[in-house]
Write a protein that binds this ligand. Sequence first.
Ligand code: SF4
Length: 370
Amino acid sequence: MTAARRAAVRRDVPSAGRTAAKGRTAEGGRAEKASANGRARGTAARKRMTTDRRVTTGKGAATRMREAQARRTAVAVAGSGFYGAVEETAKALYIRALKDVPPDVRAALDKAYAEERHQVARQILGIVMRTVEIADERRTLVCQDTGTPIYWVSLGTRLHVDGARLADALRRGTERATREHPLRSSVCHPITRENPQTNTGFRIPVIHWEFLPDADHVELLCIPKGSGSENMTFLKMLTPADGVAGIKRFILECVVEAGANPCPPCIVGVGIGGSADACMVLAKKAAVRPIGTRNPDPHLAAMEEELLPAINALGIGPQGIGGDSTALAVHIEHAYTHITQNPVAVNMQCWRGLRAHARVYADGRAEIGV
Ligand code: SF4
């Protein structure tokens, strides 16, 4: 956030607090008891505002920017050998993904705030941006949901790796992050609801495997997926007769049905093609692609560009209260499919844009934030 934008956010957001406090005091004047309660609440509100102001003005903007930059710069992780480094990196990535908002997502929020025409929607975006700022200052989680831990593993083809040991290292790193930070455990048995308090369990963390030709390292992308956005996931088995218009209609219908649930403004991830299961994975992959990137296929890139303004014209707005900022981006990933099918999946990513990336080399060197 630039200094000018920060000043604008402060202008917008505290005024909402003042209006609320004033309204409560006036209401309290109607009865003595209510008045006392109103004064107490007003004092609490003023205290909160003072705290908020301290958070946003306690350090210079330049210092905050330097600190945020330092957190995003690649950092080395010490581990014992390759699998030890993977474990340490998984632990660090899980925590980082929950605490830091990727720079492309920050920039997109900043842009949405600048372009939002509705006053209340602007205030909501201002609150979102101050939430990120407070998390930066206090090193806290951006939101309480620690999500379902998901790792995308891209294996260099020149690396000789025991996949089972690597998966085990990811699990251990996730458990250590949960225990040692500590983090809320959001993972439980689907029927008994028993929670092992580790953020792991049978087939969790979810791990997706890909390959990097000629590379001598492994890339790890950690995506702790919050339930608000993950619950807003859709799949429809379209047919070629539905055409491109049918694909676009389905995507817009999904965003309308999702409404406020995925904490908009969102990144709308879309998978097109493949089989039903592959299509869902493509939608997830699209939801965590950095904002500003485009599908290299010109047909899909054009659809991404066309759908973003169409989604924002729906007027759902930040947190569903109405406004111009429903989506920060629309990303599409695709695969070839069966001649009689055209599956389409939609997976929403909330404004937190939860993701953290690292690279681990065969000798145990690891870099986070690359
Ligand atoms: S959807 Fe995202 S911002 Fe909303 S509660 Fe879940 S993790 Fe938090």
